[in-house]
Design a protein around this ligand. Structure first.
Ligand SMILES: C[S@@+](CC[C@H](N)C(=O)[O-])C[C@H]1O[C@@H](n2cnc3c(N)ncnc32)[C@H](O)[C@@H]1O
Length: 268
């Protein structure tokens, strides 16, 4: 059997598509991109340094053609280049993120695009990664269908999420000293309700988050021929616990979920 020709994608093809998410949510990311860039990239965040980037490096090693959806300032895309990918493309609807990604360089190509209308041909990547992005995407079904469309059969989707079961809105550690004897436990907020909230993540910084039950994601993956092959729920890393003493008691509660999925061979 002759090998199938790979769909061509070169630097000069890089498109500028019009993101279709509502303006308000993209505007909030536009206004507050600096909060992400300063606090969570370039070594600033222990969860990225000790956990997310090492996990991503593990699964990106050996990938050749990588798409990073919601790439932000590009830390995961640059990592894909560092571990040897031949072609790495990052997309994000936020101009301020793409501008910073271009400034930081490091080898990936970038285009401005939302996840729900990817400006690439079918089957053109062997790996797609989305790192802490789907919590910000309204059109989850269209976005997952797009992931599947641009992946070649047998390709991998690395799907990093804030743990949807254990990090619901209003979840947190409860130390109830009124009960006799006192009780300590992790409270889970309203889990089954799919809801957008605008959270003040620090003073005057507002970011849109959409909570969804885990089954919503798993079923959308299955409907698009993306089958889970590995699942990671790591304990919070030591560098995070050192900065968040209040979390020590809840250190058996994961903050991160990584689903590693493979596109079924028969899937178009
Ligand atoms: C929490 S940041 C993560 C950035 C990057 N993946 C990383 O791990 O450093 C979330 C990113 O999602 C992007 N985003 C928001 N809405 C999006 C959408 N509809 N499609 C793709 N990305 C989106 C934001 O602009 C932001 O850069």
């Amino acid at each position: 059997m002759p090998a199938l020709a790979e769909p061509e994608l070169t630097r000069s093809d890089m498109p500028e598509s019009d993101p279709t998410e509502t303006e308000t949510e993209t505007d909030l990311w536009e206004t507050h991109a600096g909060w992400w860039q300063d606090g969570f990239t370039a070594g600033a965040d222990p969860e990225y340094e000790e956990q997310i980037l090492p996990l991503a490096a593990h699964y990106l090693t050996g990938a050749e053609r990588v798409l990073d959806i919601g790439c932000g300032e590009g830390q995961v895309a640059r990592l894909a280049v560092e571990v040897g990918a031949r072609l790495v493309v990052g997309v994000d609807p936020t101009r301020a993120q793409i501008a910073e990604a271009l400034t930081r360089g490091g080898g990936p190509l970038y285009a401005r695009s939302g996840a729900d209308g990817l400006p690439f041909p079918d089957g053109c990547f062997d790996t797609v990664v989305a790192c802490l992005v789907f919590e910000h995407i309204n059109e989850v079904d269209r976005a997952i269908a797009e992931v599947s469309r641009v992946l070649r059969p047998g390709g991998r989707f690395l799907f990093f999420l804030n743990h949807p079961l254990l990090q619901t809105p209003n979840s947190g550690w409860i130390d109830d000293q009124i009960l006799d004897p006192p009780e300590q436990y992790w409270r889970i907020g309203p889990y089954l309700i799919e809801e957008l909230s605008i959270e003040e993540v620090e003073k005057d910084v507002f970011i849109p988050f959409i909570h969804r039950p885990l089954s919503r994601y798993v079923n959308a993956l299955a409907d698009n021929g993306l089958l889970i092959t590995q699942m990671h729920e790591p304990a919070p890393p030591t560098g995070f616990l050192a900065q968040a003493a209040e979390y020590e008691a809840a250190s058996t509660i994961p903050r991160l979920l990584l689903l590693v999925t493979r596109k079924e061979a028969g899937q178009a």
